[in-house]
Write a new protein. Structure first.
Ligand code: SF4
Ligand code: SF4
Length: 222
């Protein structure tokens, strides 16, 4: 899932300084699962904005709503029901949702209520860890299912770098050296010879450094 965390309140309050009617908009997708931008977080942020505005001596009405998803036109179009009732939207979806609203509602002011941090999963209660960087050319078949792009501090395609100590990454000692983990997994699964295969020079054009990427499924287009 996409992981996010709420922006600091003072940043959000500053974004909406001029707004007198604010639509705080959550999303029932990933941000609900990682407790950053679902119904509960909308309620909390809306209350904090009301209090912040009151303390600043500013009048403000806050509408609370949560869409099924903010990355689908079908649901974003339902914002029409609040037309004329707000002068700014604080989206608590990931950056995709904020972009979708900006694309579909050219005259609306839309602000991000969260910082989108990674693609990952729940590691333990209240902790999420990055697992994939969406590089567009997955190599997990060669690396025992562990991602060297997202999980190696240097995104090495032919690791390890030689700096790890006791199986920990030399850059971030709180995490395992993922290349050590890849080695151990390949060994355990009888695929250790894969470590000796030199990965070819990587074409990073699929990885988002050359502008926005698009995925087209001809079998689904009309
Ligand atoms: S290799 Fe690329 S697509 Fe595969 S998990 Fe890593 S970042 Fe994601
Ligand atoms: S110690 Fe391991 S995870 Fe850290 S940068 Fe080197 S190869 Fe990558």
């Amino acid at each position: 899932m996409i992981i996010a965390e709420r922006k600091p309140l003072n940043e959000i309050i500053e974004m909406v300084t001029d707004a007198k009617r604010i639509l705080v908009l959550g999303c029932r997708g990933c941000v609900t699962v990682c407790s950053a931008g679902g119904e509960r977080e909308v309620e909390i942020l809306a209350s904090l904005i009301r209090l912040g505005k009151m303390k600043a001596g500013q009048q403000c009405e806050v509408i609370e709503a949560t869409l099924v998803r903010q990355c689908d036109k079908e649901y974003v179009d339902s914002i029409d029901q609040w037309d004329g009732q707000y002068d700014a939207i604080v989206s608590m979806a990931c950056g995709v949702g904020v972009n979708f609203i900006a694309n579909l509602r050219p005259c609306d002011k839309v602000y991000p209520g969260v910082n989108t941090t990674a693609f990952g999963g729940s590691a333990e209660q209240g902790v999420w860890s990055e697992q994939c960087a969406g590089c567009g050319d997955c190599v997990l078949h060669r690396t025992g299912g562990l991602c060297p792009v997202a999980r190696c501090a240097k995104s090495l395609m032919n690791g390890p770098c030689g700096g790890s100590v006791g199986g920990r990454c030399e850059i971030h000692q709180e995490v395992p050296c993922i290349w050590q983990s890849i080695h151990d997994r390949l060994e355990r699964t009888g695929k250790k010879a894969d470590m000796d295969r030199i990965a070819p020079i990587r074409d990073w054009s699929t990885a988002g450094h050359g502008g926005p990427r698009k995925t087209v499924r001809n079998d689904l287009t009309v």
